[in-house]
Ligand binder design. Structure first.
Ligand code: GLN
Length: 471
């Protein structure tokens, strides 16, 4: 029976319907994904670990390996956590399980979610299912690749500065970075706490909305969370009355590939034909200062969060003559180049004498970015731009140049800094590779993003199955 299930095209919603109608057993469905993983993952390396069928009748799900799973190693893509097995589930996992979802496995990530290509994983890169010589984006390249290649119907990712949205763009998925504070961070390996958010990665917008409804909402274990408005699953519709703003700086930024521009322009024409009003606008400082501001705040918070990996509390320990040398040796051996780079940047930015000039200043700039977005949302419901300036790039192309890699997030970072929700919806192909459209809304506007993206996805008719897997 499992041989008849085409995991490449099955949505989570359809899988749930088949289970409910008893056309499929939970075991058959789980096995179908496990077989797909056995077949295609040796090439892609989307998974760091696969799980045995926990039983039950729910839809399977893949989980980025920064999210704590009770009894299942949670490495954050780092050697220092290679042997770390959480004794509790992250709240998002507890909620998925309470809904009946079954964890298929843990997906690859840049170490501590620091990266834009998944090449920073201590366990080797993930490959893009559309073209295995290319990256799947990052840091959540494993989740995005797993969903694109039919190795999971949907997945959880985490996004600090674009790690759900950008891999979704490069792999042709729908990915939501939710409003900051709507999804619990309890049990999630912390990178930059004022930015980190868990969110859904899916094949289509309805699945994305459903998964968001499962994981979101107030959690007593994370005091930054709030109750969210009821999630509406989008139904077919037009875009009449939707006011779309097109921020000049996000759409004309240097480095946006012509093929990306063309797909986004076409999506805007389609939006207009569906009844949306489209108007250019400006976020004058968000793009100029967004990256610089992010690369002060995120490393500063990371340097503090990563101080806990000391060889005592978690994972790897390298012995040393005394306590201090043990800690140094453990961190030396356990952490890769990118976390080390960020710990150095972050501790410098936070050091006394520099704190106000760097971290303090960056916080002020962050407020400016937030206000610019607030002003734009006085006139618009949704702001659109490319998600990534480029399609998936070749493995190795930017690996030796951190600054070039950081530019991958030029367009995703400003709204993250402002705490706003952003959704990637695939809008076409360029050079045979997916192009993603980023929709950004005001805080708690997820339903508007779902509705807009769903209308667009129906009208655009993007086929999320990578061409090389189509029969
Ligand atoms: N690529 C960005 C970084 O390297 C964002 C990562 C993320 O969102 N986790 O920090």
């Amino acid at each position: 029976m499992s041989g008849d299930i085409d995991t490449l095209t099955l949505s989570a919603e359809e899988a749930a319907r088949l289970l409910e109608a008893h056309e499929l057993s939970g075991a058959e469905l789980f096995t179908a994904y496990r077989e797909a993983i056995d077949e295609r993952d040796p090439e892609l390396h989307a998974y760091l670990a696969v799980c045995d069928d926990p039983g039950g009748h729910g839809v399977p799900i893949a989980v980025k390996d920064v999210i704590g799973t009770k009894g299942v190693a949670t490495t954050a893509g780092s050697k220092i956590l290679e042997s770390y097995v959480p004794v509790y589930d992250a709240t998002v996992i507890a909620r998925c399980k309470a809904y009946g979802l079954r964890v298929l496995g843990k997906t690859n990530t840049d170490e501590f979610a620091m990266g834009s290509s998944t090449e920073n994983s201590a366990f080797g890169p993930t490959r893009n299912p559309w073209d295995p010589s290319r990256v799947p984006g990052g840091s959540g390249g494993g989740s995005a690749a797993a969903v694109a290649a039919g190795l999971a119907p949907w997945a959880l990712g985490s996004d600090t500065g674009g790690s759900i949205k950008q891999p979704a763009a490069l792999c042709g998925n729908v990915g939501l970075r939710p409003t900051y504070g709507t999804v619990s961070r309890y049990g999630v390996v912390a990178f930059a706490s004022s930015l980190d958010q868990v969110g859904p990665v899916a094949r289509n917008v309805r699945d994305c909305a459903l998964l968001y409804s499962i994981i979101s909402g107030r959690d007593d274990n994370d005091s930054t969370t709030v109750d969210v408005p009821p999630v509406e699953l989008p139904a077919a519709g037009d875009l009449r009355g939707v006011r779309i703003g097109v921020p000049r700086e996000l759409n004309d930024a240097e480095g946006i590939e012509p093929g990306v521009r063309a797909s986004v322009a076409k999506a805007l024409e389609v939006a207009e034909s569906l009844g949306a009003s489209i108007e250019e606008c400006s976020l004058p400082r968000s793009v100029d200062y967004g990256l610089a501001c992010y690369y002060l705040i995120a490393p500063a918070e990371a340097s503090s969060n990563l101080a806990r990996y000391d060889g005592v509390r978690y994972g790897l320990r390298t012995s040393g003559d005394d306590f201090r040398s043990m800690v140094m040796a453990s961190r030396h051996d356990g952490l890769g180049d990118e976390p080390k780079r960020r710990i150095m940047l972050g501790t410098y930015a936070l050091s006394s004498g520099y704190y106000d000039a760097y971290y303090g200043k960056a916080q002020q700039v962050r407020t400016v970015i937030k206000r610019e977005h607030d002003d734009a949302f006085a006139r618009f419901d949704v702001l659109v731009s490319p998600t990534s300036p480029t399609v998936a790039f070749p493995i190795g192309a930017k690996a030796d140049n951190p600054l070039a890699m950081y530019l991958s997030d030029l367009l995703t970072i400003p709204s993250c800094m402002a705490g706003l929700p952003g959704l990637n919806v695939p809008c076409g192909l360029s050079e045979g590779l997916p192009v993603g459209l980023q929709l950004v809304g005001p805080q708690f506007s997820e339903n508007t993003l779902f509705r807009t993206a769903h209308a667009l996805e129906l009208a655009l008719g993007f086929d999320p199955v990578p061409a090389r897997y189509r029969t």
